[in-house]
Design a protein around this ligand. Structure first.
Ligand code: AMP
Ligand code: MN
Ligand code: MN
Ligand code: MN
Length: 273
């Protein structure tokens, strides 16, 4: 069973439409696909009735949340797309994103860039505006040479454009997912650059708040990291998940269904649905 439970579409910062994404997933041999756009379910909702035969679609979302002053990402998997608590939460996230975009633009203008807010807004959809749109605008307008440099110098963790204003507490994000009947999963735990001790604390608190699992595999990763995360999940009573975090073909991301393998001994979150 090939599962890919973390992917993005044009509804957030992916470059494929929801329809293009499900076709590509089917062609890649994926059996179970979750669409997990940042802070919106409009992509997965749009495609839910038009899924290629043999592909199981899991409705999902990736929520930005605050844990000890750090922005972490919480996947909501197997959610009810109509749930009002979740939809209210997503509306708040989208408002936070609009306000945050103004702040990011102010900081980028102060750093000497021009036309930043309008430029990023033109590339963004109605519901999600994020740092990738700023990066893409700065590159397409010739102000920065590539997106990697944009993140490295201006938009990445701890840089001027990394505005952390307004995200909900992680327990609130988990509560929205649970209200929608879904499983809350810590996304890409190795991306936060936490020490092992702090990551253990995140696991413990996440579980206490009702979280269900951890993404033990995210894209391509070293087998030693996978083993470490699998052991950590087990110690904390967290189920495991896996995903490519696919945003676009090529360029550094694992393609659909091509994340590193999960250890056979793991207890996958989807076996409990
Ligand atoms: P935001 O949702 O505005 O906080 O932006 C976060 C998104 O930016 C992530 O989901 C990634 O898609 C992208 N991103 C974060 N860091 C990098 C990076 N170093 N290089 C390229 N894209 C990145
Ligand atoms: Mn993204
Ligand atoms: Mn993420
Ligand atoms: Mn993601």
């Amino acid at each position: 069973m090939l599962a890919d439970l973390h992917t993005h579409t044009t509804a957030s910062d992916g470059l494929l439409s929801p329809q293009e994404l499900v076709i590509r997933a089917k062609e890649a041999g994926v059996d179970m696909l979750a669409i997990t756009d940042h802070d919106t379910v409009s992509g997965v909702t749009a495609v839910a009735e038009a899924i290629p035969e043999g592909l199981q679609l899991i409705p999902g979302v990736e929520l930005s949340a605050n844990w000890r002053n750090l922005c972490i990402h919480v996947l909501g998997l197997n959610i009810d797309l109509q749930n009002q608590t979740l939809l209210n939460g997503l509306q708040k996230q989208q408002a936070v994103r609009r306000e945050r975009a103004v702040k990011i633009a102010e900081r980028m203008e102060r750093a000497g860039f021009k036309g930043v807010l309008d430029g990023a807004r033109k590339l963004a959809g109605d519901e999600y505006i994020g740092r990738p749109h700023f990066a893409r605008y700065l590159v397409s307008s010739g102000q920065i040479k590539d997106e990697k440099t944009a993140f490295k110098k201006y938009l990445g963790q701890g840089k001027p454009g990394d505005v952390r204003h307004g995200w909900p507490a992680v327990e609130d994000a988990i509560a929205w997912v649970i209200a929608a009947g879904g499983s809350a999963v810590i996304a890409h735990p190795s991306k936060y650059k936490l020490t092992n001790l702090r990551l253990e604390e995140l696991c413990r608190e996440f579980r206490e708040f009702g979280g269900a699992g951890m993404e033990v595999v995210s894209g391509f990763q070293e087998p030693a990291l996978t083993r470490k995360l699998a052991r950590m999940a087990e110690r904390h009573g967290l189920l495991v998940s896996t995903g490519s975090d696919f945003h676009q073909p090529g360029l550094g991301w694992a393609d659909l269904g091509r994340a590193s393998p999960l250890p056979a001994s793991c207890s996958p979150v989807w076996e409990h649905w």
